[in-house]
Design a protein around this ligand. Structure first.
Ligand SMILES: [Zn+2]
Ligand SMILES: [Zn+2]
Length: 216
């Protein structure tokens, strides 16, 4: 099961089977109560943060304590928790530059600090923590960006956007790495559907590299 929970402009996901689920991303604290209720119903055992931007990780501290479950996040993103501007972001398209500028003006872009006690770098299986899915390294958008692969589905965080059309990160710390991560997703035989951090899911066709938006 992959359940997409749209929280404003960002997607959170619950993957796994009831009683052994992983919550991927937490949105901001505004959505914590809604996510907590659904996470309790489905039996979330672990929270995975794809990367430490406020729209994905803002509610992590609150949800971790209300659910009583640990948080996995790549250590390379820890500096973002206290200093959201510590890595310089770039964009090479007009839409990316507009998004980056709008993001810079956002007043609530700080993440409430939390302790990621699980280090997923290297490709951890979250079944070890009672959840589901496997960590996939997708650096570029941020240094510690990761995805979660579960049953042919890749929860990709901001390594893939699907706002106007499917594409790699609209803005990033490292454009070369972001492009490399995106091409690796397209070439990954284990992946059939990509679930982006923003926008609707995308089918990864057999005649890769083509991403096609799908209706849910
Ligand atoms: Zn992001
Ligand atoms: Zn995002």
């Amino acid at each position: 099961m992959v359940e997409r929970i749209a929280c404003g402009g960002v997607n959170c996901y619950i993957v796994g089977v009831p009683g052994a689920c992983t919550l991927v991303d937490t949105a901001t604290e505004k959505y914590s109560e809604r996510l907590r209720a659904r996470a309790e119903e489905l039996g979330v055992r672990v929270i995975v943060i794809t990367h430490c931007h406020y729209d994905h990780a803002g509610g992590a501290a609150k949800l971790s304590s209300s659910l009583g479950v640990p948080i996995a996040m790549h250590p390379a993103d820890i500096p973002l928790m206290t200093d959201p501007g510590c890595f310089r972001m770039r964009a090479d398209t007009l839409s990316g530059r507009i998004m980056l500028r709008m993001r810079g003006r956002h007043p609530r872009r700080k993440v409430t600090p939390f302790s990621p006690t699980i280090d997923p770098s290297g490709g951890l299986d979250f079944a070890a923590y009672g959840g589901a899915g496997e960590a996939v390294m997708l650096p570029g958008h941020t240094p510690g960006s990761i995805g979660v692969l579960y049953d042919g589905c890749l929860i990709a965080g901001d390594a893939v956007y699907n706002i106007f059309a499917p594409c790699r990160s609209k803005f990033y710390c490292d454009g070369d790495e972001a492009g490399y991560s995106y091409r690796r997703i397209l070439a990954d035989d284990r992946v059939s559907v990509v679930y982006p951090g923003h926008g609707r899911p995308i089918v990864l066709n057999k005649n890769k590299p083509m991403l096609t938006p799908v209706t849910e």
